[in-house]
Design a protein around this ligand. Structure first.
Ligand SMILES: [Zn+2]
Length: 276
């Protein structure tokens, strides 16, 4: 029993350590995109926007001291047969009853961490506490952004099941950091909207992320095949060539989701004046 327990802890640690989620530059870029979309009527100050961009990477840092933080950054949605059959279970309790708490935590609790930050942000808007608004808007930013990273929505999050180990950071950090200018040039102006069905919306974008996993894996296979398995400049050039459309789309989609959720939390709070 003790061994089994240590094994689960070890698995949790491995999963949590590996998973960063776009890296710092990726996170800050999506948050920057989102801040450009925030509706004028909110009068969110430039200082607040800058603070939210800056702090959108904090949840990754919290993983170092807080073991409960790791599973909040992903959900291995294809672990669950219900989801893959199109039956979306949005209740964490229902899922725990079906699979057991340990398994559910191990496979990641990203959707519910996102909902939790959303409710806390409503509370922060209501109380008008500037630090709390920054904290929870930044947390929300981080989890929404992780939800738009396809490799945060699959059991095969690091290519470990298809002999493509390391794809996680090759894609979300090395390639994204290399191609940041091109990504920034791909910024799209979009109109945020009020999200009526919070968990339905979150699960929808996570399912969309999951649908891109095959494409990322095949792009990695193609690129490493051309470079004899070497992850050199040419590999990253090819990986970018094959994945730039979905990557730029996910950055913009992540920004739209984030701006829409921040706007919706503010509406749910009764549209209060936000401190600057
Ligand atoms: Zn993360």
């Amino acid at each position: 029993m003790k061994n089994k327990f240590s094994y689960v802890i070890a698995l949790l640690l491995v999963h949590s350590i590996l998973i960063y989620g776009w890296g710092d530059k990726g996170h800050k870029t999506i948050t920057l995109f989102a801040m450009k979309l925030i509706p004028q009527q909110m009068y969110l100050s430039e200082d607040m926007k800058l603070a939210i961009i800056e702090h959108s990477v904090d949840p990754d840092k919290r993983k170092r001291d807080d073991r409960s933080e790791g599973p909040k950054h992903f959900i291995d949605i294809d672990y669950y047969k219900e989801y893959m059959d199109g039956k979306i279970i949005t209740s964490l309790d229902t899922l725990k009853k079906l699979y057991g708490e340990k398994a559910v935590v191990k496979e990641g609790i990203l959707p519910w961490a996102t909902e939790d930050s959303y409710s806390k942000l409503i509370g922060a808007f209501k109380s008008g506490n500037k630090d709390e608004i920054i904290l929870y808007a930044s947390d929300l930013a981080h989890y929404v952004e992780d939800g738009h990273q396809p490799l945060h929505a699959t059991v095969n999050y690091n290519g470990q099941l298809t002999d493509q180990k390391g794809i996680h950071s090759r894609y979300e950090i090395d390639m994204v950091d290399d191609s940041l200018n091109a990504i920034k040039n791909g910024f799209m102006l979009q109109n945020p909207f009020y999200v009526k069905d919070l968990s339905g919306y979150i699960f929808d974008y996570i399912m969309e992320s999951n649908s891109y996993v095959e494409m990322l894996l095949s792009a990695d296979k193609y690129s490493s095949g051309k470079t004899d398995g070497k992850f050199n400049k040419e590999y990253y050039r090819l990986l970018w060539l094959k994945t730039k459309y979905i990557t730029i789309n996910e950055f913009n989609f992540g920004a739209l989701s984030l701006a829409s959720l921040i706007y919706s939390a503010w509406v749910d709070a009764g549209k209060p004046k936000i401190p600057d």
